[in-house]
Design a protein around this ligand. Structure first.
Ligand SMILES: Cc1cc2nc3c(=O)[nH]c(=O)nc-3n(C[C@H](O)[C@H](O)[C@H](O)COP(=O)(O)OP(=O)(O)OC[C@H]3O[C@@H](n4cnc5c(N)ncnc54)[C@H](O)[C@@H]3O)c2cc1C
Length: 386
């Protein structure tokens, strides 16, 4: 069992880490205050990241992506967690894996421009009446001679404002759900309000409305009735990367800050880090982050070996998200009043962390998956001898 990273991996991590420290971190406060950064700045960070080969790292090399293994990608995603969601999207892209199911003319229209950073895509599954129950959607597409007619609506769609097209789940039969690539600007497709959130400031979350939107046959991703299943499968790795690995990165970043503060802040004539109750908060954070990190790496390794890692990813989703929540909560406590004060970023991390337990499947949904599977076929323990 080899836990070491090779030189190439170390160099890659250093490159991402340096890029975030030099190019993105200086923008975080402006983003927090203004709720946005201007298009020119967004273009600049995108171009700089692209020049370093850091755009669309998760996509295969033969279509212009980074061609990284799951483990290597995860190592980068962990670093992404050290900055804001919005800046990650602008600099490194958010090219969703379901697009890899593009075939024929779809490749040139939707997949390749996304990998090149010429088009941006968002994923639109959730509806006001269907969140955790993603199969309970009411949006539907009816087959016509020339394509499909789409009706319905979505909400909470991340990055919708920046997106040129959307991966939309729609009912194509009573018990059948398909996935469509829907371009912004099509007649009958309107974008509603930006639903303001508690954290991850800057990233817009939009409502989408479809009123008799005419789609071509080419808009169907995967087979009729299969696209949704394909997309849900492909989203597993998104969950591992964008929630699991980023949560570990964010928690690590917060821990660095809280450790430095515990070393520096004096009360009663000594460092607050000398008080055992503060030490416990630091120690528990170190232990929990490391446990979450190894779970993330292990799940990525399983994917690279071709194993089905669905349950491991469900476990990562719960554990990494909840670890982050506990770590940022302790950070506010260690920083005392300054942890609650907007003069430092700690309160922002606290707000940003809360969504990790909700999006991409709530903790409750993933716990249900893990428990049901354990009852059906025995718990998925990491036992090497089996
Ligand atoms: C900031 C943000 C960004 C998002 N981005 C996107 C996006 O880009 N694309 C997209 O499609 N969606 C997106 N979503 C939607 C997100 O995935 C859903 O909010 C999430 O899946 C939960 O659905 P819900 O909000 O409808 O909650 P509900 O499903 O109504 O759940 C409410 C509560 O009931 C619990 N619950 C529900 N069912 C069960 C069950 N079977 N067992 C136990 N407990 C249960 C839940 O765990 C939760 O605690 C985003 C949401 C937010 C807030």
């Amino acid at each position: 069992m080899d836990f070491a990273l090779n030189d190439e991996q170390k160099m890659m991590i250093d490159t991402v880490r340096r890029f975030i420290a030099e190019e993105l971190r200086p923008l975080e406060e402006r983003l927090e205050n203004d709720g946005n950064i201007d298009r020119d700045t967004a273009t600049t960070i995108h171009e700089k990241a692209k020049a370093l080969g850091l755009y669309a790292l998760n996509m295969p090399a033969d279509i212009g992506g980074g061609g990284l293994s799951n483990l290597d990608r995860i190592l980068c995603e962990e670093q992404f967690g050290h900055t804001s969601d919005y800046l990650i999207r602008r600099a490194f892209g958010n090219v969703y894996e379901p697009l890899l199911h593009c075939r024929g003319e779809q490749v040139a229209r939707w997949l390749e421009p996304s990998v090149a950073g010429k088009r941006t895509c968002a994923i639109a599954i959730t509806e006001p009446g269907a969140g955790s129950d993603a199969a309970g959607i009411r949006t539907h597409a009816k087959k016509t001679d020339t394509g499909w007619v789409l009706n319905g609506g979505k909400h909470f769609i991340s990055d919708g404002e920046w997106s040129d097209f959307f991966l939309v789940s729609a009912r194509t039969g009573e018990k059948e759900i398909s996935m469509f690539m829907v371009d912004k600007g099509l007649a009958g497709f309107t974008v509603g309000k930006d639903q303001k959130m508690m954290g991850i400031r800057g990233t817009p979350h939009l409502e989408l409305f479809f009123d008799n939107v005419q789609l071509e046959d080419a808009a169907l991703l995967g087979e009729r009735g299969q696209g949704f299943k394909l997309a849900m499968g492909a989203l597993n790795v998104v969950r591992l990367a964008q929630v699991g690995a980023r949560a570990v990165g964010k928690a690590s970043h917060v821990l660095e800050l809280m450790t430095a503060y515990a070393n520096d802040r004096q009360q009663f004539g000594q460092r607050i880090g000398d008080f055992q109750m503060v030490q416990q908060m630091l120690a528990d954070s170190v232990i929990e982050i490391n446990a979450a990190r190894w779970m993330v790496y292990h799940a990525a390794w399983m994917l690279d070996q071709g194993f089905d890692a669905r349950e491991q990813i469900a476990m990562v989703k719960v554990h990494a998200a909840e670890t982050l929540g506990r770590v940022v909560d302790r950070a506010v406590q260690v920083f005392g009043g300054m942890g609650f004060c907007k003069e430092l970023p700690i309160e922002r991390y606290y707000r940003d962390a809360r969504i990790y337990r909700i999006f991409d499947g709530t903790s409750e949904i993933h716990r249900g998956v893990i428990a049901k599977s354990a009852m059906k076929k025995g718990a998925s323990l990491f036992e090497l001898h089996r």
